[in-house]
Design a protein around this ligand. Sequence first.
Ligand code: IMP
Ligand code: MG
Length: 181
Amino acid sequence: MRGMEEDIAYTLLTEKEIYDKVHEIGKKISEDFAGKDPVFVGVLKGCFMFMADLIRCVNINSEIEFMAVSSYSGTNSTGAVRINKDLKGDIGGRHIILVEDILDSGVTLNYLKNYLMVREPASISIATLLDKPARRKAPVKADYFCFDVPDAFVVGYGLDYNEKYRNLPYIGVLKPEVYSS
Ligand code: IMP
Ligand code: MG
């Protein structure tokens, strides 16, 4: 059987590099949102590992919620965003921090931001693990990001290719032959 590791061209970010940077961002968020009781809204499924590590580095009162959206199949965005799981509670007057695995075209987060804005939260910020600025189509900027990544398809630490590789503890570049075959 072909193992996961054989499909990885090279390691882009090690566990240690990720850990250190997530720690730094968590500290920054704790300072910026002290006394504001923010709501971390994770965008499933890609966010799950980043979310779990990030909130453990946040030492202020906060709440955790999740949304699920789909916009992708394979390595390309379909351009259409669908909400598969919405927030139940009222976010009016609350400080929202959207937590994403990767900001790519920006279509997903741009849509989500506008979608939630209507409920009149006090603010909406974006915390993303990875940012691929070269691919941006929608006008979105991350308030907090851990790493800029080159225009290659990356997997691991929550990020998938057709639902696989999410459990890799580091972030690697997928071999193009895996998605072109
Ligand atoms: P956007 O709407 O184009 O910004 O897409 C964001 C979503 O696309 C992310 O939440 C990921 O699920 C997925 N995505 C974009 N680039 C990659 C990648 O390199 N690896 C894995 N998933 C990706
Ligand atoms: Mg995905």
